[in-house]
Design a protein around this ligand. Structure first.
Ligand code: PEP
Length: 246
C-alpha cells in the first residue's frame, strides 16, 4: 500500500516571522501518519531546514534550473537545493508554465536535473478551463507526462506526479473526487505502460484542497495525497489536511 504524501506549496509567501510561526504550528500538530513536506521560497530553505530537522517533516523548493551550473543568472541548481537538505522540488507548476513560458521539455529536463541530484521531482500536469471545456483534458495531461516519461525513461518511477487542473488552483473551485480520480487513473495507466513500478508511484491531487474536501479526494483509489497551496499557509488547516491523508 502506498503511503500518502501531502506537500505544501508556499508559493511566494512568507517572512522570517511568519515562517517561524507556521513551522512551529505544523511541528506542534505532529505526528502525522502521512508523509508531509513543505516547499518554500529559496531564501527560506536554510531556516526551514533548521526548523524541521529531526521533526519528520521534509522540505523542498518550488523550482530548479534544468542546468547543472553556469552563466544562468537568477537560476538555482538542483545541486544547491540538495546542499540545503531538500528532498522534493516542484517542477512544471502551472504558474511557471503560464508566467515563465516553461514548456513540456523544459519541465522534463528540470525533473532530470533534480533526479541527478537525488531529489524527488514533483512533476505538475493539468489542463486549463478552456482545455477541459474543449474535451482536451486527457490529451493535455498525457502530452505533459509523456515528455517526462520520454526524458527520464527507466527512472520515471522515481518522480511524484501532481495532477493540478489549472482552473482549480487558487480559485476555491475543486475538482470533484470523481473528476480527479478519472484523470489520476488515466495517468496511472500511462505510467504503467512506462514502468513496472507504476503501482508504487505517488500521484497527488492539487487545486483548492482544504480540510473539508481533502478526505473525499484522498479516499480515491489513485489519489495518494495532495499538493496544497493556499491552505498550506495556515498550520491548523494544513495539519487537518495531513491528517485527512491518514
Ligand atoms: C498549488 O499551488 O499547487 C495549489 C494547488 O494551490 P491552491 O491549493 O491554493 O489551489
Amino acid at each position: 500500500m502506498r503511503r500518502k504524501l501531502v506537500v505544501g506549496n508556499w508559493k511566494m509567501h512568507g517572512s522570517h516571522k511568519a515562517n517561524a510561526e507556521l513551522l512551529d504550528g505544523i511541528i506542534a500538530e505532529r505526528p502525522f501518519s502521512a508523509e508531509v513536506a513543505v516547499c518554500v521560497p529559496f531564501p527560506y530553505l536554510s531556516e526551514t531546514a533548521v526548523a524541521l530537522t529531526n521533526h519528520d517533516i521534509a522540505w523542498g523548493a518550488q523550482d530548479c534550473s534544468a542546468h547543472a551550473q553556469g552563466a544562468y543568472t537568477g537560476e538555482v541548481s538542483a545541486a544547491m537545493l540538495a546542499e540545503f537538505g531538500c528532498r522534493y522540488v516542484i517542477v512544471g507548476h502551472s504558474e511557471r508554465r503560464a508566467y515563465h513560458g516553461e514548456n513540456d521539455q523544459l519541465v522534463a529536463d528540470k525533473a532530470q536535473a533534480a533526479l541527478d541530484q537525488h531529489l524527488v521531482p514533483v512533476v505538475c500536469v493539468g489542463e486549463t478551463l478552456a482545455e477541459r471545456e474543449a474535451g482536451q483534458t486527457d490529451a493535455v495531461v498525457k502530452r505533459q507526462l509523456s515528455a517526462v516519461i520520454h526524458t527520464l525513461k527507466a527512472c520515471i518511477w522515481q518522480v511524484v506526479v501532481a495532477y493540478e487542473p489549472v482552473w482549480a488552483i487558487g480559485t476555491g473551485r475543486t475538482a470533484t473526487p470523481e473528476q480527479a480520480q478519472a484523470v489520476h487513473a488515466l495517468l496511472r495507466t500511462q505510467l504503467h505502460a512506462a514502468t513496472t513500478k507504476s503501482d508504487e508511484m505517488k500521484l497527488l491531487y492539487g487545486g483548492s484542497v482544504k480540510a473539508d474536501n481533502a478526505h473525499a479526494l484522498f479516499a480515491q483509489a489513485d489519489i495518494d495525497g495532495g499538493l496544497v497551496g493556499g491552505a498550506s499557509l495556515k498550520a491548523a488547516e494544513f495539519a487537518a489536511i495531513c491528517r485527512a491523508a491518514g
